[in-house]
Ligand binder design. Structure first.
Ligand code: ADP
Ligand code: MG
Length: 579
């Protein structure tokens, strides 16, 4: 606490003046600490530099990044992993805008985070009189996040922080913006009154019980199914209702399909996992139960060819307005996943809610066939390496280290790794999420290491890595147990495109045969150049054993890789293109 130095208090000051004082800096720190905030991710600068220093002195971990977007992504994934809002701290205007990308992405993904930005003085901003980094940040943030607040007076800090926390984690989680004008930090008030004004948020994300009729309707529909399917989304992973979900699936024997970040709630190697029979189960199922997964583009909006016609859906979600957003939901179950799944379990009886034997057999046959087809490709020893050979090696790494956290982004590197690398534990796979956005890699890796203390393996396309690559300095500075593997095929999708018009490179290519491993060495980390699956596995194993920040440059055949990975259908191509 800041208090007036004793020697300055003369006999002439009144008792009133002698009372201990506090200020905005201290009150914000106290409010965050009171609510269990242990880590802040950010980038220093005006007007928050001293705030970061003071927070660090007060025992909060303050992790400084090189760019706000990555600090924001770190905060977002910290929120996802812990169910407490991740905190990102930025300077005004440009720093705020950099962080805003991560805030919007967090909101889209239903990750709870709070972006706290310093801002210029209201009086000048509102009259547009030209302040340092002048910008009406609150107005800009509002449409891009779940809620946005500004605190103007020190006595409102307690309530302001409490509102931000509640807004981030209650109901459907999301991103919250908290605007702190520079003047607020220095505002002074009586320390006892200040302490009294702070709010400890009780039960920030209250359980939301589903209506008994909704549960009954869902059970009845499930009972009528011949070929039921359960789809687990990242909302299910977020809810941490792992035991209840596993019991529901195992008690009924229904095949389940995990969305990307839901992999590992039950192991991908589980007998009921239908990951390797995805096309079949989407097309042939008759009743589909969605648990914390939205029918967005990642599930073809719940209709059309991949679904082979109209389905009956049961949807479990905390957000009532999610129901019927794309197709009719026959049995909406609104509530938090833990409460909903537990309520369903009470009414489940293994005999009447189990799938037909034909269905279970059909799924298994398809799965076995696909797994057998893939096996030789994963064991290939092609030189130069291809995606499958390299991913085959990393698949074994995760199999041997199921506790490690996998961060994954890219195009081919993402799509293929998602299918190939089995996950064994919940919330171990962190990737590009709902937007399929590039640039989450290093921010996610930093926060995953800090929040969990587990080793992190980040599998990155060379293009994807470029968006956050400078944060390897952050990883080295904090000595985090992060091993980055750059799948280096020298370009976006491929490294072989040619511009036939002039000497400029094709705009999808990078410098051929780059050595990303040398970048890591520049900051004191370990750099390895790997050209075979065996070298790759060895390098990653040794990084995971040592816990030393490592970057492995995996030299992938520049001709390997397909346009836009698995989502080429979303990338329009001209038939009139001139060479
Ligand atoms: P995926 O991309 O894995 O399919 P989505 O992000 O599309 O997953 O869907 C996650 C869903 O989970 C969102 O609709 C969100 O409202 C919901 N959700 C998040 N947390 C909870 C929770 N604790 N209880 C219920 N639903 C939740
Ligand atoms: Mg590439």
């Amino acid at each position: 606490m800041a208090s007036a130095p004793a020697e300055k208090i003369t006999e002439s000051v009144t008792a009133e003046d002698q009372r201990e004082q506090t200020d905005g800096f201290n009150l914000i720190i106290d409010a965050l600490k009171l609510n269990g905030v242990k880590t802040i991710y950010g980038v220093p600068g005006i007007p928050i530099t001293d705030f970061g220093r003071m927070a660090q002195a007060e025992g909060i971990r303050v992790i400084a990044f090189r760019h706000e977007q990555h600090a924001g992504n770190a905060a977002a994934i910290a929120g996802y992993l812990t169910k407490n809002p991740g905190i990102c701290l930025t300077v005004s205007a440009p720093g705020f805008l950099n962080g805003l990308t991560a805030l919007a992405n967090a909101t889209t993904n239903c990750f709870p985070m709070i972006l706290i930005s310093g801002s210029s003085e209201r009086e000048i901003v509102d009259l547009q009189q030209g302040d340092y980094e002048e910008m009406d940040q609150l107005a800009i943030a509002k449409p891009l996040c779940k809620a946005a607040f500004r605190i103007l007076h020190a006595e409102d800090i307690g309530i302001g922080v409490a509102r931000a926390i509640r807004a981030a984690v209650s109901g459907r989680p999301g991103g919250v913006y908290l605007d702190l004008p520079a003047k607020l930090f220095g505002q002074v008030m009586d320390a006892a009154e200040g302490k009294d004004s702070l709010v400890k948020v009780i039960d920030p994300a209250p359980a939301q019980q589903p209506a008994p009729e909704a549960v009954e309707r869902a059970l009845k529909l499930l009972q009528s199914a011949e070929r039921p399917l359960i789809i687990l989304g990242k909302g299910a992973a977020y809810s941490q209702a792992d035991d209840a979900i596993r019991t529901l699936i195992e008690k009924t024997g229904i095949p389940f399909l995990p969305m990307s970040m839901a992999k590992g709630i039950l192991p991908d190697t589980h007998a009921q996992c239908a990951g390797a029979a995805r096309s079949l189960v989407l097309k042939e199922s008759d009743v589909v139960m969605l648990i914390g997964a939205r029918l967005n583009w990642l599930l073809s909006q719940g209709k059309g060819k991949p679904w082979g016609g109209k389905k009956q859906f049961i949807q479990i979600d905390i957000e009532p307005r999610e129901m019927d957003s794309n197709v009719e939901i026959a049995a909406p179950v609104v509530g938090d996943i833990g409460s909903c799944v537990s309520a369903l379990l009470e009414g489940i009886d293994a005999d009447s809610h189990s799938p037909s034997k034909d269905w279970v057999d059909a799924v298994k046959a398809k799965k076995d066939a696909n797994v057998a087809k893939m096996a030789p490709r994963l064991a290939n020893d092609n030189f130069p390496m291809d995606f499958h050979g390299a991913l085959g090696a990393l698949r074994t790494v995760i199999k041997e280290r199921p506790d490690a956290i996998l961060v994954n982004e890219g195009a081919n590197t993402l799509d293929l790794a998602r299918g190939i690398i089995d996950m064994y534990h919940p919330r171990k796979r962190l990737d590009v999420g709902t937007w399929g956005v590039m640039g989450i890699g290093m921010g996610f890796a930093v926060a995953a290491a800090i929040e969990t203390g587990k080793p992190v393996l980040a599998i990155e396309g060379d293009s994807a890595f470029g968006f956050s690559g400078m944060e390897i300095e952050t990883i080295c500075r904090y000595e985090l147990p992060v091993c980055i593997v750059v799948f280096n095929n020298g370009g976006i999708y491929r490294g072989t495109d040619v511009n036939e018009r002039n000497s400029d490179p094709a705009w999808t290519t990078f410098v051929a045969e780059s050595r990303y491993d040398k970048m890591m060495e520049a900051f004191g980390g370990v750099g390895v150049h790997a050209t075979t699956p065996e070298e790759l596995k060895q390098a990653v194993d040794s990084a995971m054993d040592s816990g030393k920040p490592t970057l492995v440059n995996a030299a992938i055949n520049p001709a390997a890789g397909s346009e836009s990975g698995r989502i080429g259908n979303l990338n329009p191509q001209s038939k009139l293109q001139k060479k």
